[in-house]
Write a protein that binds this ligand. Structure first.
Ligand SMILES: [Zn+2]
Length: 88
């Protein structure tokens, strides 16, 4: 699924029938399972209100609140697989 589309943790949780929290726990293992330099890439979460980007945030978790404007309107991080060994 991650190979075909970039998706949010919520998309993954729906597709697999697991909780979002479990998705975050699985992502590091997914990254390892692809091997050969592949990695789970993410577009960082961003505040929809002021545009603050959560670059320093731990990679696989989704922030709840913007530290700048305290808005809870946060776009979730988006994940996809970048393959290291195969040419696409
Ligand atoms: Zn903000």
């Amino acid at each position: 699924m991650l190979r075909e589309d970039d998706c949010t943790a919520r998309d993954i949780s729906r597709a697999l029938g697991i909780r979002e929290k479990e998705v975050y726990e699985h992502l590091p293992h997914v990254e390892r399972s692809f091997g050969n330099g592949s990695s789970v890439i993410s577009r960082p979460a961003q505040c929809l209100h002021c545009g603050f980007v959560f670059k320093k945030r731990t990679r696989f978790t989704s922030p709840g609140k913007c530290p700048v404007c305290r808005s809870e309107a946060i776009s979730p991080p988006v994940y996809g697989i970048k393959e290291g060994s195969e040419k696409s």
